[in-house]
Design a protein around this ligand. Structure first.
Ligand code: AMP
Ligand code: FE
Ligand code: FE
Ligand code: ZN
Length: 289
């Protein structure tokens, strides 16, 4: 009897960034959802790898060490997934901590603007709540307003005061996407652009920008993602075929922070094998495949 192909979900978030579950609990949830290979891709931080790996061994999930870097091109946000990078690579660790530092001051300013208008939030209590080393983001501000009883859930806060055109929206510095791709490669990793055509999130980059990133070594596109409509999936899929790129699909799971369900989109095993073949910065973790 032929064995079932593995279920591969390459984009998840833990409480090391804006997910609501610990890395260990994300892996447990992945196992329960039937996921065999799970990428842990917190925003701009890799502190969840170790505990995800230990839990993966225990519950039989392979863990792909990853990170979702916040980058930009001409002020347009680009999320760059990086897999199998060397966690000790100096340029990469410096890049991540620089992004986190700018995210911190930006969230501080966001909170100050909200507080000045009477919203019951303050920066120190958010920091106390999330704990040290966590990549701060707007979801943490949303959670604080939910805890204060002002909104029902994250989504409601985003719709009202945290969306990109809100008077409370504050931008933060992010590296050039091209620079991030170079650093990911230098760290032995595989760069895959997350949700390239997620237009509902805000502005997205054009095809010429994607081509330039591919020429710089970006290896693939996350094609199957809930923020992509049929047209976006078609366009991204066509680019992958035309340029021979790796095609991924994933959930972008954030625990209870979003409605995204683990394995709601998955990556074809043959495509995943290409990532493993290219990535040299760190090994697969958790259970053996
Ligand atoms: P930031 O990285 O601080 O700019 O915040 C963006 C993050 O907020 C994304 O990575 C999502 O995880 C999350 N997010 C965006 N929109 C929503 C929403 N409507 N509901 C819940 N989370 C959201
Ligand atoms: Fe997020
Ligand atoms: Fe993203
Ligand atoms: Zn994500």
């Amino acid at each position: 009897m032929a064995s079932q192909p593995p279920v591969i979900d390459l984009h998840t978030h833990s409480s090391c960034s804006d997910g609501t579950q610990t890395p260990a609990d994300v892996v447990v949830s992945a196992a329960e959802a039937g996921v065999n290979v799970m990428g842990l891709t917190d925003h701009d931080v890799i502190t969840g790898w170790e505990s995800a790996s230990v839990t993966g061994l225990r519950v039989g999930v392979s863990v792909v060490p990853g990170v979702e870097l916040s980058t930009q091109v001409g002020g347009v946000s680009v999320h760059m997934l990086a897999y199998l990078v060397d966690p000790a690579h100096q340029e990469l660790t410096t890049l991540m901590s620089t992004i986190r530092r700018h995210r911190d001051t930006r969230i501080q300013r966001t909170v100050d603007l909200l507080a000045a208008d009477g919203f019951p939030v303050d920066y120190d209590s958010i920091l106390d709540f999330v704990g040290p080393g966590v990549t701060l983001g707007r979801p943490h501000v949303a959670d604080a307003l939910v805890r204060a009883g002002r909104f029902a859930d994250r989504n409601e806060v985003f719709a009202d005061v945290l969306h990109g055109r809100s008077q409370y929206y504050v931008r933060h510095w992010a590296p050039e996407a091209l620079d991030a791709v170079r650093v990911i490669q230098a760290a032995g990793g595989v760069a895959i652009m997350a949700h390239p055509f997620a237009r509902a999130r805000g502005r997205t980059v054009g095809v010429s920008v994607i081509k330039a990133l591919v020429d710089a070594g970006m290896a693939g596109l996350e094609v199957h993602h809930r923020d992509h409509d049929a047209q976006a999936i078609h366009e991204a899929g066509e680019l992958c075929r035309k340029w021979g790129l790796i095609t991924t699909g994933s959930s972008d799971y954030h625990g209870a922070g979003k409605t995204n369900r683990l394995a709601e989109n998955t990556t074809d095993p043959a495509q995943f094998d290409r990532i493993v073949a290219i990535g040299t910065g760190s090994p697969l973790m958790g259970a053996r495949r």
